[in-house]
Design a protein. Structure first.
Length: 95
């Protein structure tokens, strides 16, 4: 496992091109779960932060004992960039 690395997974609701894409399943697992499992193969759970504006998505991520961040609605628009979210998460990464 890689040490001194934090992985962020950002999953906002409201996708316009592919509606509910984060809930699509591949081999019975949502894209959210697959992303978390891949991250867990690289770092420990305390080094993973999952950020979403959706309580449903956060509930799924809760099963994996990773850090969770409830994103403000202003940070979950089509115009919101991941850099803005990462700035908010930088404090959480250091706890």
């Amino acid at each position: 496992m890689v040490q001194d690395l934090t992985i962020t997974i950002c999953a906002r609701s409201g996708s316009q091109r592919l509606v509910n894409k984060n809930m699509l399943k591949i081999n019975g697992m949502t894209l959210i779960e697959l992303s978390i499992i891949q991250a867990l193969e690289m770092v420990s759970s305390e080094n993973i932060i999952f950020s979403s504006d959706s309580q449903k998505y956060l509930d799924i991520a809760t099963q994996y004992s990773i850090k969770l961040h409830r994103r403000e609605s202003s940070m979950a628009t089509n115009e919101s960039g991941k850099i803005d979210v990462l700035k908010k998460l930088s404090d959480l990464a250091n706890t």
